[in-house]
Design a binder for this molecule. Structure first.
Ligand code: PMV
Length: 328
């Protein structure tokens, strides 16, 4: 094969990844747990271009920035080295969610890129191999290779990959309060928190505890415990990020309003919990039978999208339409 198109979906972490042990190998300081969604896909085509002297990247219909191109070339170089070729590639990618707005477009993007490049260059990687490769583009992409719930192990290059875990049925309501590109990238913010936060070691230690408790709660099918750990862990991550120097804040007034509404629903007997990644959008975690009611309550606070467990990265025939519904 000399070209391949892959569709991959973002994931939302229930125990967050925040901080790297190794920036080149993209090894996390601690393990994390997530659910790959069935919304906001990224489609990526990788075509080998015989005779071309450079790789190229078209992102959402336009020539990508040199920085975005550099990030994909890093992954393509790893694939080329393994495939024993120096053939360059044309990469075309389209996101159904706003890029860089904390809706995990880098996770779906690099999971799609790793899987498409691996197929186009003729590597025969299994799920573990693809997860390790996707990790090199963006850490959280390691988890988007996997369908549904996944754990991403910390460890060395060989041992740091995501794999499936059993968990109870969960739904998520994504509340989009802001679609703007975030001011500080997660890469830069992770670096700054690690270098300057007085709470950094406590974050690492308590994440290990949260991870063990979350894996236990998933294995037991305990939704309440999963939700409680997820909400606490998300708020700890944001507290940690805010404790950097100079401070970084991703949550906006609209995000806090969603956290408040979720707390209110819980007090009134509708069990739901909140989480948020490196951006202002908030995600409500619910049981399948409550998802419509939670979405209705949250609708006045932003654009709501109901999601459930989605597929892992896989080959597809067609590309997403040029005008993704979300951006229309
Ligand atoms: O997108 P990345 O791999 O640079 O990291 C993002 C990390 C969070 O989304 C904030 C948390 C997580 O575990 O996904």
């Amino acid at each position: 094969m000399t070209d391949a198109t892959v569709r991959a979906y973002p994931n939302i972490a229930l125990v967050k990844y925040w901080g790297k042990r190794d920036e080149t190998l993209m090894l996390p300081l601690a393990g994390s747990v997530s659910m790959t969604l069935d919304a906001f896909p990224t489609d990526t085509t990788v075509e080998l271009v015989p005779g071309a002297s450079d790789d190229s990247l078209i992102l959402n219909g336009a020539e990508a920035t040199p920085e975005a191109l550099r990030r994909i070339v890093r992954v393509l170089d790893i694939v080329r080295e393994r495939a024993g070729t120096d053939a360059r590639a044309r990469v075309t990618t389209r996101n159904a969610a706003p890029t860089g707005a904390g809706l995990a477009s880098s996770a779906s993007g690099f999971a799609a890129l790793a899987t498409a490049a691996s197929a186009a260059y003729g590597l025969n990687l299994d799920e573990k191999g693809l997860s390790r490769l996707a990790r090199r583009g963006s850490g959280s992409a390691a988890r988007s290779i996997i369908p549904g719930m996944a754990v991403w192990h910390a460890g060395d290059d060989e041992a740091s990959y995501a794999e499936r875990i059993d968990a109870p049925e969960i739904r998520m309501v994504v509340v989009i309060v802001d679609q703007k590109h975030k001011a500080v990238s997660s890469r830069e913010a992770m670096r700054r928190t690690a270098l300057t936060s007085p709470y950094h070691q406590a974050w690492i230690d308590t994440t290990e505890e949260s991870l063990a408790a979350m894996l236990d709660a998933c294995a037991e099918g305990d939704f309440t415990r999963i939700g409680r750990i997820a909400e606490s862990h998300a708020l700890r991550m944001h507290a940690h990020i805010q404790s950097a120097e100079p401070p970084i804040r991703y949550l906006a007034p609209g995000s806090i309003a969603v956290f408040d509404a979720i707390e209110r629903m819980r007090a009134e007997g509708l069990e739901t919990y909140a989480t948020a990644d490196a951006g202002p959008n908030v995600v409500a975690i619910t049981k399948p039978e409550d998802v419509e009611a939670v979405a209705r309550e949250l609708a006045p606070l932003g654009r709501v999208v109901i999601t459930g467990p989605g597929p892992g990265a896989s080959l597809t025939d067609g590309m997403l339409p040029a005008e993704p519904e979300l951006l229309a």
